[in-house]
Design a protein around this ligand. Structure first.
Ligand SMILES: *[C@@H]1O[C@H](CO)[C@@H](O)[C@H](O)[C@H]1NC(C)=O
Ligand SMILES: *[C@@H]1O[C@H](CO)[C@@H](O)[C@H](O)[C@H]1NC(C)=O
Ligand SMILES: *[C@@H]1O[C@H](CO)[C@@H](O)[C@H](O)[C@H]1NC(C)=O
Ligand SMILES: *[C@@H]1O[C@H](CO)[C@@H](O)[C@H](O)[C@H]1NC(C)=O
Ligand SMILES: *[C@@H]1O[C@H](CO)[C@@H](O)[C@H](O)[C@H]1NC(C)=O
Ligand SMILES: *[C@@H]1O[C@H](CO)[C@@H](O)[C@H](O)[C@H]1NC(C)=O
Ligand SMILES: *[C@@H]1O[C@H](CO)[C@@H](O)[C@H](O)[C@H]1NC(C)=O
Ligand SMILES: *[C@@H]1O[C@H](CO)[C@@H](O)[C@H](O)[C@H]1NC(C)=O
Ligand SMILES: *[C@@H]1O[C@H](CO)[C@@H](O)[C@H](O)[C@H]1NC(C)=O
Ligand SMILES: *[C@@H]1O[C@H](CO)[C@@H](O)[C@H](O)[C@H]1NC(C)=O
Ligand SMILES: *[C@@H]1O[C@H](CO)[C@@H](O)[C@H](O)[C@H]1NC(C)=O
Ligand SMILES: *[C@@H]1O[C@H](CO)[C@@H](O)[C@H](O)[C@H]1NC(C)=O
Length: 749
């Protein structure tokens, strides 16, 4: 079932919003992903490279207080905070229906991305239908009723943004505004929101009132159609030359004359071309399947009574990705849905886990196109990151960024050294570029040659110049180490009454560097370029500190076995288990066991995204029941009624991370094997999925019954070799280009 009910309704693609489904006053929250405050500046701190030798010396001496204090004093950006994602404002639709409402239903159909609100008032049935069309670049809302002349309302815009203006003329309602000034930087992004109202019905009237607030009033219509366009002056972070008024006018001109049904059809064709690639069924639908999500997520009989909610949740993640990461910007911390000037955590692109988690589901769940905006963002951050490398670290080769970025593509260390002095975020971002190729390994692709490899090469050059050899009294083996280094946001302990995070050789940093060097060398070999450079990277790879097992039997989090092992949200030291593949229970039980110890020490977390992270990690440890436990927590405890994921506030990474975890429970494909049903829990007895992707360019349909594989169909896009594993047995296959192979249980016996 792809329909459901919730309090807040989401929708829409590039420029959109939430339809609240309220009576008597409907509110449509309007977002455009380039409405941010501030303006471009140079935040880099030129003092840092001079201070770095003494920073490093403090680290070698394990004087972490003075190390961190040095970085705070000499290395951080100005301003110290980055700009945040803002809102366009609301359209408010006020009716006089203040009496008793019945038959209320508010739903979103994931397959069509159409939101519908229906209700009865004084004997008339009202219907509001809304969608945000990616191809037409508009939000469309239709108000109708089953009795003629029943549609009467006043529509206005409101916004918290700077220098707002409102005007109304005929059936047009327009609002303009500007990104606010923030952290000392003047606002510079201008936007225009324009709505066109058309009505039908013999008694219908449209009246515009232009004053300080401006209203379009519709009365006695049979039906009203509202088409909304939003645009900005933003072209790129360094080009604000567009005319937003011209852009919205053009957008609205392009759809003028199209009927609601025309626009709906264009929208559904576009959305379903992505959404329709995957079907998921987990368990036989029951009466619970048809309940609204606010009830389904907390059924008294527990999640086993409604396994199909895990399928809904997974598909919802795909819907949210398609709706928030199509056109221009990748989904941010709140996807694209924000109604305030200064959202919690800035609703930025946080790149020490959250943006990466946002992208995990896209490859295995067959919507890789939703990552295109991420590739653009990384490329632009790398442009600014070249200057960061030079100004902050005095390194003239390559580029760098730290733990956050946004519309200005800022790359410098922000917030405080404890959080921000972490120049390894780009290695994690580029791991996802490597995966993008791994899922569709076409050596002729321009993605490999023109986008991924140049960025990977540049970043490898930066680290080649940035990493240092540890003194032999610190590390006797002549290791090359990252210093500074941290396990993001996790404190090592108190030094001089101050919690510190910075040291050398954290496990995540070593793991990220191993992947980057290894993958860059692999791409160089595929492209037949840069032999010596690649050989040097392989040599560097071998001089990084390997995984260490700590005093509690855990994957040690830093080069030194500091005592900080208790509960915490982040579990960065297991990057090598997931999304990396350096720890694999099928090939090294010692490391897998230590990873399990780390997970138990970390314990549960009381927020969505860390719970989703744990579900993925346990899936990679092939522990289906534990992964399932975290999925049930994610849905029942850490979801709002509309299934948005909860951090301290709504944060969308939990949704995307949860979708990814379900995918990892059903199919894995790292380290050269396609693994069928590696971690399904006992309660997903009956299931089928289609359209899942596996590394190597495969699409899979899998069916199981009684918890046992019935059939698996592999289709190869590229024609290649595959090793397929099920329940302890791996078999080798060769599949022709665009050919298919169907396997059954007997193939693995
Ligand atoms: C760099 O150091 C100089 C001299 O101490 C100081 O005046 C300046 O404010 C520092 N720059 C930054 C960005 O902190
Ligand atoms: C609410 O609307 C959805 C979508 O049209 C539909 O599937 C569902 O059955 C409706 N629920 C009720 C209680 O009418
Ligand atoms: C319109 O819907 C209302 C509420 O569901 C119903 O009572 C009424 O009979 C319907 N009217 C017509 C003309 O269908
Ligand atoms: C927009 O609507 C939301 C939800 O009702 C509300 O929280 C917010 O304050 C509104 N914004 C403005 C500018 O009125
Ligand atoms: C409404 O705006 C459109 C441009 O978007 C314009 O062509 C039309 O003349 C406007 N109508 C009125 C009544 O201003
Ligand atoms: C603008 O006009 C509307 C409709 O007549 C009215 O309700 C509103 O109070 C007016 N607002 C201002 C600020 O004059
Ligand atoms: C998903 O199911 C629908 C309805 O049965 C079917 O038309 C469609 O082809 C299926 N899609 C895939 C990818 O299997
Ligand atoms: C920056 O690097 C250049 C070339 O390696 C060197 O000559 C210069 O002294 C360095 N500047 C600082 C401030 O460390
Ligand atoms: C501890 O901090 C105080 C100031 O807060 C400073 O004076 C002192 O030098 C620090 N001690 C060490 C060992 O860093
Ligand atoms: C990448 O790492 C794997 C596993 O450690 C190793 O077998 C392979 O040779 C490495 N590739 C390169 C190009 O360094
Ligand atoms: C497993 O990993 C550990 C730690 O890196 C290593 O010492 C050991 O040799 C590995 N075992 C196997 C079987 O590869
Ligand atoms: C896995 O294989 C074992 C025998 O090796 C068998 O007992 C077990 O039932 C199989 N499990 C599944 C889920 O196929």
């Amino acid at each position: 079932m792809l329909t459901f009910k919730y309090l807040l309704i989401l929708a829409l693609a590039l420029s959109v919003q939430a339809v609240l489904g309220q009576i008597p006053e409907e509110v449509i929250i309007l977002n455009e992903d380039r409405i941010w405050p501030g303006s471009l500046n140079d935040p880099n701190n030129n003092n840092c490279s001079k201070a770095l030798p003494s920073f490093r010396e403090y680290v070698w001496e394990d004087d972490l207080y003075n190390a961190q204090a040095t970085a705070d004093a000499e290395c951080m950006a100005t301003p110290i905070s980055q700009q945040v994602y803002q809102t366009a404002g609301n359209m408010s639709i006020v009716t006089s229906q203040s009496g008793v409402i019945s038959n209320y239903n508010h739903s979103l159909d994931l397959a069509t991305a159409v939101s519908t609100t229906t209700y009865a008032y004084e004997g008339v049935q009202y219907t509001r239908t809304a969608f945000a069309s990616h191809p037409d670049n508009v939000i469309v809302l239709r108000l109708s009723a089953n009795a003629s002349g029943s549609i009467t309302f006043d529509a206005t815009f409101e916004t918290p943004m700077s220098i707002p203006t409102f005007s109304a003329e005929g059936g047009n309602l327009t609002m303009t505004g500007q990104g606010t000034a923030m952290y000392g930087l003047p606002g510079s992004i201008n936007f225009v929101v324009k709505a066109e109202f058309t009505v039908s019905g013999t008694m219908a009237k449209v009246k515009a009132t232009s004053n300080a607030t401006s209203t379009v009033s519709i009365s006695d219509a049979d039906e009203a159609l509202i088409v909304i366009a939003i645009d900005t002056n933003y072209v790129r972070y360094d080009d604000l030359s567009a005319d937003p008024n011209e852009k919205v006018t053009q957008t609205l001109t392009n759809v003028r004359g199209k009927t609601f049904d025309d626009m709906l059809q264009t929208h559904i064709e576009d959305h379903s071309s992505l959404f329709g690639r995957v079907n998921i069924s987990l368990g036989i639908p029951s009466s619970n399947t048809f309940l609204p999500t606010d009830i389904r997520k907390n059924l008294e009989d527990g999640p086993d009574a409604d396994q199909d909610i895990f399928a809904l949740y997974t598909q919802y993640g795909r819907y949210l990705g398609i709706a928030s990461s199509r056109n221009m910007e990748p989904s941010n911390l709140q996807g694209i849905w924000n109604q305030v000037l200064s959202p919690d955590w800035g609703s930025k692109h946080t790149v020490n886990i959250n943006q990466q988690m946002n992208s995990w589901f896209a490859e295995p769940l067959n919507v890789a196109a939703t990552l295109d905006p991420l590739w653009s963002l990384i490329s632009e951050v790398a442009e600014r990151g070249k200057n960061d490398a030079l100004e902050t670290y005095n390194i003239s080769r390559g580029w760098v960024c730290h733990h956050n970025t946004g519309i200005w593509r800022d790359s410098s260390p922000i917030d405080a050294a404890f959080y921000g002095f972490w120049p390894y975020a780009p290695a994690w971002l580029l791991q996802h570029m490597y995966e993008h190729y791994a899922f569709n390994p076409d050596p002729e692709s321009s993605f490999l040659k023109d986008i991924a490899y140049p960025l990977m090469k540049g970043l490898s050059e930066f680290y080649t110049d940035f990493l240092v050899e540890a003194p032999l009294d610190v590390e006797p083996n002549g290791y090359i180490v990252p210093n500074p280094s941290m396990s993001p946001e996790h404190g090592i302990g108190d030094y001089n009454d101050t919690n510190v995070s910075l040291t050398y050789g954290s496990t995540i940093d070593n793991s990220l560097l191993r992947d980057l060097f290894n993958h860059t060398a692999e791409f160089a070999a595929i492209l037949g370029v840069d032999d010596d450079f690649a050989a040097n990277l392989s040599a560097l790879h071998d001089r990084l500190i390997p995984f260490r097992i700590g005093s509690l039997g855990q994957i040690q989090e830093w080069a030194r076995d500091y005592g900080s092992n208790g509960p915490f949200t982040h579990i960065s030291q297991l990057y090598g288990l997931f999304p990396g593949a350096q720890i694999d229970p099928r090939f090294n039980e010692t490391l897998a066991h230590a990873a399990n110890v780390s997970l138990l020490l970390r314990g549960d977390s009381s927020a969505g995204w860390p719970t989703a992270w744990r579900a993925n990690l346990f899936a990679r440890l092939l522990q289906g029941e534990t992964a399932y436990y975290y999925m049930t927590c994610l849905i029942s405890r850490y979801s709002y009624d509309n299934l948005w994921s909860i951090n301290s506030v709504f944060q969308i990474d939990g949704n995307f991370g949860g979708s990814s975890a379900v995918a990892e429970m059903i199919l894995q494909s790292h380290n050269g094997e396609i693994h069928l049903l590696p971690a399904i829990p006992a309660s997903w007895k009956e299931g089928s999925v289609s359209g899942f992707r596996a590394r190597g360019g495969f699409t899979l349909n899998i069916v199981w019954s009684g918890g046992i594989l019935s059939s698996a169909k592999l289709t190869s896009t590229l024609g290649t070799f595959a090793r397929v594993r099920y329940n302890g047995t791996a078999i080798d296959l060769s599949v022709q280009e665009n050919g298919s192979v169907v396997l059954s249980l007997s193939d693995f016996q």
